[in-house]
Design a protein around this ligand. Structure first.
Ligand code: BTN
Length: 264
């Protein structure tokens, strides 16, 4: 990643503190430190390489040098109409999906709650983490990782879901600075609408596996049924075998298309 280009691409946007690192542990960790130290809303930490990148449910997230876009934003609660981390993660996924579609004409889907898929494979992951001081929510740190070049796609044995990268879909390596700008712009446009149906509808419009049979594991419970869509509050709506409707919160869930979960 070219630091100058990245910083230039974000200039002119209403971002807070911005810093780029050639290598870092995790951009989410530094953004959390910044948040605790009082960094302004929309501060951005970007890195070319992460040596301890984190994903959901304690999984690792690979960001090898020169291969991906990895960054974290500090979102202050006073500028968030809703501080539910699931909605905020959905905001990140929608922004990344929109940017990939607008810039490169890629058809994007969101595997609920917040994996962005290209051609049915995961190309982008989002991690929203709430940071509290006692009972006071200080900030939500929203980390976004987008696989750009083929070298960003981890080996099969590390994957819980088939993965891909933007290069595999476009046929060329894209410019991270332009993509970072487009993601932040989309995020800025959607953030004020986080509590509105327009936001849920845009998220739901990209929902992967809609109308298909899926398996959802939430702790010890496994649900199988037809994925109907989303609820106005962002929960997933599932018609389970008995014909009953279940509404599921994100939490630590694993969502699989039936055919995938049977094949693995
Ligand atoms: C997932 O799909 O499990 C979430 C992956 C989130 C990865 C991003 S990359 C930038 C930020 N820093 C991290 O350590 N994780 C997030």
């Amino acid at each position: 990643m070219d630091e100058k280009r990245l910083l230039a691409a974000l200039s002119g946007l209403p971002v807070g503190r911005v810093a780029y690192f050639a290598s870092i542990g995790s951009t989410n960790d530094l953004a959390a430190e910044w948040a605790a130290a009082g960094a302004p809303d929309l501060s951005v930490v970007l890195a070319d390489e992460q040596t301890a990148g984190r994903g959901r449910a304690g999984r690792r997230w690979f960001t090898p040098k020169g291969s991906a876009l990895a960054f974290s934003l500090t979102l202050r609660p006073e500028n968030l109409p809703n501080c539910d981390p699931t909605l905020v993660a959905g905001l990140g996924a929608l922004a990344a999906a929109e940017a990939l579609q607008d810039l490169y004409g890629l058809a994007t889907q969101i595997k609920w709650p917040n994996d962005v898929l290209l051609g049915g494979r995961k190309a982008c992951g989002v991690l929203a983490e709430a940071h509290w001081l006692g009972s006071q929510l200080q900030a939500l740190v929203l980390g976004i990782g987008i696989n750009l070049a083929r070298s960003s796609v981890p080996p099969e044995e590390f994957l819980s879901l088939p993965a891909t990268c933007v290069e595999a879909e476009t046929g060329y390596v894209v410019e991270p600075a332009a993509l970072a700008r487009a993601v932040v712009q989309s995020l800025l446009a959607w953030r004020p609408k986080l509590s509105e149906q327009e936001f849920i509808a845009a998220w739901e419009e990209r929902l992967a596996y809609r109308g298909e049979r899926v398996t959802l594991s939430a702790g010890p419970e496994t649900l199988t049924g037809c994925l109907l869509g989303m609820e106005p509050d962002g929960r997933l709506r599932l018609e389970i075998a008995s014909g009953k409707i279940r509404r599921v919160e994100a939490g630590e869930i694993r969502l699989r298309r039936e055919v995938d979960s049977a094949g693995k």
